[in-house]
Design a protein around this ligand. Sequence first.
Ligand code: PGA
Length: 267
Amino acid sequence: MTIASSPSTPSMLLRKKLIAGNWKMNKTSADAVSLVKEIVTVVGKEHDVEIVVCPPFTALESVARALEGTAIKLGAQNMHTEPAGAYTGEISAAMLRALFTSYVILGHSERRTFFKESDALINQKVLAALKSQLKPIVCVGETLQERESGATLKVVQTQVEHGLQGVSKELATSVVIAYEPVWAIGTGRVATTEQAQEVHAFIRSLLSKLFGEPVAQKIRILYGGSMKPANAPELLAQKDIDGGLIGGASLEARSFVDLVKAAAATK
Ligand code: PGA
């Protein structure tokens, strides 16, 4: 079946829902393997939703082994711009690829805040990831102060446009955007479905300007920020919300699996 990307094509035909777990600086290698084994038992053969787990670097290899033969994909939480060299403490895209990593989270708000990552640096990382066949999950989102001053769309626009500068139309469909309002991350304060859908639709309109409407219709835009099994169904039912980037609720098999099921139920 050929899927035409007309606005009338149901989004689920163009974009498979994606649930990604961002484990942040949690789990030793052994803890990571036990968690992933529990997840595999329940949703290891799930093909209707794409599932990605992003453990810390030190657990990538052991988790990759535990994921062998399953449908679950591996992601990293960051990477360096250069392929190799004198960058003490850093990890390259090639190193991630060698561990069967498919995705990499880039520009997470914690990296922007604590490690002073700029849009220009994030853009270099996005280009380096794509060059190595890694799919970047590019995080964007406004702070509380920016939202309250009415700057949300402007902030998100700058982050999207600068972050994706120089990405070709051909590679753009490998990019995933994660809209994560900073005030909702780890706070238990989730964006309303209206707030989230408004920004997601705005991001898709930006992607359409950058890459054309057919490409924009194929790019997944995830919501992130206190997503839990209780609030996920409503968020995931929105037209432009194609999945979730999950922090806290990805650290327990039960809640992560329930989020995958919520995504499967919205097909
Ligand atoms: P949270 O984190 O689900 O704990 O709010 C989301 C994220 O930081 O990606």
